[in-house]
Ligand binder design. Sequence first.
Ligand SMILES: [Zn+2]
Length: 251
Amino acid sequence: MKLVTVDFHTHSTFSDGYSNIETIVNYCVRKGLKAVGITDHYSHNAVKCSQIMEDLSGYFEELQSVSEMYRDKIVLMKGIEIDTRACVFDSPEECSILTSKKFDYYLFEYVTDNFGAGANFLPYKNNRMPLILLNRIRDFKKLLPKKCSVGLAHAYLHILPEKELKEAIEILIDADIFVELNSTYQNYKMEGFEKIFETDEIKLSLGSDAHTLHQIGKLTQPLKYVKEYNAEDRLVFMDGIDALEIEIRNV
Ligand SMILES: [Zn+2]
């Protein structure tokens, strides 16, 4: 089994994942990962049951304590994935609750597609909607400390019409918002996504969107694209991780 030694998009039992945070981190250590990000859902969408809505502090404290427990073995990045269809942006109270914790990063999902997995794309209904959302993400980022990162989970940016894509890219660069290469959604493979790869200023992240342990680190495909485009130095959260070490083979 071939695994990449970093994975910045995983889910635990705090939302719709099947393993608890410690089990995930322990598994990653055993598989030789150098860094893992846990990004449970913060969502108003009932389909995605999320404990975080009721217990954001519990979630953050658990991340904090497991991170401490494993500090000599692995880097645990404390993340959260926010559904842009949730009305977070309209509620200053919610924004301030969300930004009150010291998360390392925030992932925003469904910026370009309405129902996930590309089933229903917004651009067919409203080309401007992804840009409106990007601007709101940019505003949200202004509430955060400088070192906190913000990125787009599994975004299908390439489906935007040319003019809108150009504007979107400008916002990503200006606001320093990274784009995730997601091995579940495989957005990096899609025709037109090369514009994202070809724009050197856009930062990238690797995420499996794992909900079960065996999905974690299955990122050799997106990593191949990163290497093809010579984009290794655009990967986020790689401080202290040797580029040569990001791919390993397990027996
Ligand atoms: Zn996810």
